[in-house]
Design a protein around this ligand. Structure first.
Ligand code: IPM
Ligand code: MG
Length: 359
């Protein structure tokens, strides 16, 4: 069985970090006898430049015909004109929606070697191990109307948050199932004191919670959660959040780990197919300079092996290789500390492959 991977490197540092992730996967192919095929297509700004749209029908078809999608990052100042009707981000939103990837898993584990890389105190960070389960195909990202127009008072704009009970229930079930395999606690995030969608969210969350009496459950308002997450991050296990709350909280959570450059993510639907991408963006300021941290993308490839291909050993080997490189003191600029061994993107990728080959 050959696993088919659709690769969308995207913009900015996307191609650099994707290159290292693919190289790591090619080592896995040999070492674990796990045949992979890679097919490439454009998504985001590069696709706009070539085809005039962020994602072509044939690129979408490629994704749909694959066992997994590996994505770098899309966007950049070149395509940032607020008046533009074609935007790089449309590619990601279309892939998520069209592939039915409603649950975005964003694990945040604080690596003991990187306790000092964070701006937070080591004693707050030690032992932190959470997974944010972000709802990915609903909420304000897709709600209609979403438009700018001229009204009685001049320019005005509207966005819409919309959720159905089914969308909430399936996200909560994914969260509870995951919690069962972990420390058995789900924290659901909402803004039920203000939003009707959050009140529905909370109601449905409680109904699903009743199906999982063995899992501890709590609701936390999103503003309070932003605080608790940096004050007492160790108290959380699985954090379930609607699309935009999850987007914001995971950037915050990345600071627990020390850098956005470390956090992988998996977007899953009903089947085994998933989309795997680092949570970071295109970092245009360092693009093309061999400075990016490829670890988030390499770790996303590990999640792909585990969650879409069932290759647990290979996934674990990649994670161990990353740990070993960090333990040896190698750091990209985003996590550099005095006395560390500063390396670029390519060198970091090579170090991981070396450890992987020794496996
Ligand atoms: C993320 C990103 C995306 C999002 C953007 C690039 C569309 O911030 O994956 O967290 O908002 O979902
Ligand atoms: Mg984000």
């Amino acid at each position: 069985m050959v696993y088919k991977i659709a690769v969308f490197a995207g913009d900015g540092i996307g191609p650099e970090v994707i290159g290292e992730a693919i190289a790591a996967l090619q080592v896995v192919e040999k070492t674990f006898n796990c045949p992979l095929s890679f097919e490439y297509a454009l998504a985001g700004g590069c696709s706009i430049d070539t085809y005039g749209v962020a994602l072509t029908d044939s690129a979408l078809r490629l994704a749909k015909e694959s066992d997994a999608v590996l994505l770098g990052a899309v966007g950049g100042p070149k395509w940032d004109d607020p008046k533009a009707s074609v935007r790089p981000e449309q590619a990601i939103l279309a892939l998520r929606k069209e592939l039915g990837l409603f649950a975005n898993l964003r694990p945040v584990r604080v690596n003991p070697h990187l306790l000092n890389a964070s701006t937070l105190k080591p004693e707050v960070l030690e032992g932190v191990d959470v997974v944010v389960v972000r709802e990915l195909t609903g909420g304000v990202y897709y709600g209609r109307p979403s438009e700018r127009r001229i009204g009685a008072a001049g320019r005005e704009a509207v966005d819409t948050i919309f959720y159905t009970e089914g969308e909430v229930a399936r996200l909560m079930r994914t969260s509870f199932e995951l919690a069962r395999k972990r420390r058995k606690k789900v924290t659901s995030v909402d803004k039920a004191n203000i939003l009707a969608t959050s009140r529905l969210w909370r109601e449905v969350a409680h109904e699903v919670a009743a199906e999982y009496p063995d899992v501890q459950y709590e609701d936390v308002l999103v503003d309070a959660m932003a605080m608790h997450l940096i004050r007492r991050p160790r108290d959380f296990d699985v954090i379930a959040a609607e699309n935009m709350f999850g987007d914001i909280l995971t950037d915050e959570a990345s600071m627990l780990a020390g850098s956005m450059g470390l956090l992988p993510s998996a977007s899953l639907g009903e089947g085994r197919r998933g989309l795997y991408e680092p949570i970071h963006g295109t970092a245009p300021d360092i693009a093309g300079q061999d400075k990016a941290n490829p670890l988030a993308t390499i770790l996303s490839a590990a999640l792909m092996l585990r969650l879409s291909f069932g290759q647990d050993q290979a996934a674990h080997a990649i994670e161990q290789a990353v740990d070993a490189v960090l333990a040896d003191g190698y750091r990209t600029a985003d996590i550099a500390q005095p006395g560390c061994r500063l390396v670029g993107c390519k060198e970091m990728g090579r170090l991981v492959r070396d450890r992987l080959e020794q496996h």
